[in-house]
Design a protein around this ligand. Structure first.
Ligand SMILES: [Ca+2]
Ligand SMILES: [Ca+2]
Length: 266
């Protein structure tokens, strides 16, 4: 980890040196093309091709990628999404790279330069945002339901659930595990959801009530919880948001007793 950080700091220092050097010698650098999401894993592979006036004019080429709007003057380590340097042996240099999975949405600025370049040239690219949508049916306030998409790197994106139960999770292109839930209900899991279209609709699901402990099974813990809080105003055990733990909750536990999240929705 420290080694990696040191390397980043070293490349940063080199880059800043290059940026300063650019001001001293005048020459031309042109970003010929920036292509984002052209490969099989579209949305992650970026290709930046830079053309220089001559190989001698830009002995070192540098490319820096940051989120759009990042101020270079106050650049932090965490702002750097990609940075690299190449020796220029031709007039064109192509960088092909991937961003982290967490950085698959939104717009980015690309800066290129080199020794012998008068000013860093910049351009930008953006990834398409995909939407995972559907409808959650629950008793009471649907806006208290949750819709979360998690990628292979365990990075999660929270969606929004409207009062009518419709939800939308905005993600970058990729494959996700989507979990829908609400306090007092068995969560519903969708595995391997491929977000590869503008909208991916998971359809309507009615959540099964009675899991107040949130452990994915409706059992004695949930029954005891409802009985101990019976006629109480305890939000944790109130699945229909009527401000009382009563027959509704008891019926849900008894009616769905022994139901498990992993099987109940199949
Ligand atoms: Ca439970
Ligand atoms: Ca209630």
């Amino acid at each position: 980890m420290m080694k990696k950080l040191s390397k980043i700091l070293l490349v940063m220092a080199l880059t800043l040196t290059v940026f300063f050097a650019m001001m001293a010698v005048a020459s031309a650098a042109t970003i010929k093309s920036v292509e984002a999401g052209v490969a099989a894993d579209a949305g992650r592979t970026i290709s930046v091709t830079v053309e220089y006036g001559s190989p001698e004019a830009a002995q070192q080429s540098t490319v820096l990628v940051v989120k759009s709007g990042t101020a270079l003057a106050t650049l932090q380590d965490s702002d750097i999404k990609y940075i690299d340097q190449e020796a220029v042996t031709d007039t064109a240099v192509t960088y092909t790279f991937k961003l982290l999975e967490a950085d698959r949405t939104g717009a980015y600025d690309v800066y290129v330069g080199g020794t012998g370049v008068d000013a860093p040239e910049d351009t930008s690219f953006s990834f398409d945002t995909k939407k995972i949508i559907g409808t959650i049916t629950v008793l009471g306030d649907a806006t208290k339901a949750t819709a979360v998409a998690t990628d292979a790197s365990a990075i999660s994106v929270n969606g929004t659930v409207k009062a009518d139960g419709t939800y939308a999770i905005e993600v970058g292109q990729g494959t996700y595990t989507v979990v829908l839930g609400k306090a007092g209900y068995l969560y519903k899991t969708y595995e391997n959801v491929a977000a590869n279209a503008a909208e991916v609709n998971l359809g309507e699901i009615t959540l099964i009530g009675g899991d107040f402990s949130g452990d994915g099974v409706i059992d004695i813990d949930d029954l005891n919880g409802v009985l101990m809080n019976y006629k109480g105003k305890v939000a944790e055990f109130d699945m229909n948001d009527d401000d009382v733990v009563d027959i509704d909750e008891l019926n849900a536990v008894l009616g769905n007793y022994k139901a498990e999240a992993a099987k109940a929705y199949n």
